[in-house]
Design a protein around this ligand. Structure first.
Ligand SMILES: Cc1cc2nc3c(=O)[nH]c(=O)nc-3n(C[C@H](O)[C@H](O)[C@H](O)COP(=O)(O)O)c2cc1C
Length: 226
């Protein structure tokens, strides 16, 4: 397989934020003081695991630590908005969106990393949940928990780079690793999911010419052995 070398564009392409079809916004509470576990302990203990069902408030806390924007600026590389979080990203563009799919047929939620909020997307919630269960089951044999779908904004990264394909996948890997480490730190279970997940895009009314499924992570409660 030929992977083309990414290059910053001399003349960036135009980019505008996508107008997601949001039914309502759930404002989340910023987490309190962080866990005092040492980093040495976290990197010693992190494993891919599936645990008990989990409350969405704990998933939100995890998202804030791992991908919440701790700072942002209106214009960076290529004149595009940039942001910084615990997850590094190509050009600071933060081109990976995270859609959280709970296991209870409630609405899929796009995480808003600026305002720490869940944006409830208009969708057939039951179909989304069924398709998600099928996909998670096919790669883990399990399904309890909440699925985080990583969805790359190809138009954003392509506005700044030529041959941006591998950057999107590497950004997804950075998000995946950061979420898994933070989950361990917070005493939660995390299991990376091997699919890319493009089949979910039409169910979330996300245009395939702009967005790309770049994997997922199953988040569940306290660890138990697999
Ligand atoms: C990109 C990626 C995809 C993965 N996909 C799956 C998967 O679909 N199902 C699964 O059970 N584990 C999956 N895993 C977890 C690996 O099996 C696991 O990381 C590996 O066995 C090492 O175990 P550890 O994470 O506990 O150290 C994936 C890991 C990565 C990095």
């Amino acid at each position: 397989m030929l992977i083309e070398e990414p290059m910053p564009r001399h003349t960036p392409l135009a980019w505008t934020p996508h107008q997601f079809d949001v039914v309502t916004t759930e404002v989340l509470t910023r987490p309190g003081p962080p866990s005092s576990r040492t980093f040495a302990d976290v990197i010693e203990k992190r494993r891919s695991t599936v645990g008990d069902p989990i409350k969405l408030s704990l998933v939100a806390e995890l998202l804030w630590h791992a991908v919440g924007w701790k700072g942002h600026a209106p214009s960076g590389r290529a004149g595009l908005p940039i942001a910084w979080s615990a997850s590094p990203s190509s050009g600071g563009l933060q081109s990976i969106n995270i859609v959280c799919i709970p296991d209870d047929s409630s609405a899929p939620r796009l995480y808003d990393p600026v305002n720490h909020a869940f944006l409830l997307l208009r969708a057939n919630d039951e179909r989304v949940c069924l398709e998600n269960r099928r996909a998670v089951l096919s790669v883990t044999g399990q399904q309890s928990g909440c699925t985080l779908r990583l969805i790359g904004d190809r138009s954003k990264i392509s506005a700044a780079y030529e041959n941006a394909q591998s950057l999107l996948l590497r950004d997804a890997g950075a998000v995946l690793a950061t979420i898994c480490l933070c989950a361990e730190w917070l005493g939660l279970s995390a299991c990376p999911l091997g699919f890319l997940g493009d089949a979910m895009l039409p169910l979330l009314a996300l245009p395939g010419e702009r967005f790309q499924g770049v994997g997922g992570i199953l988040i569940s409660g306290a660890k138990r052995d697999r």
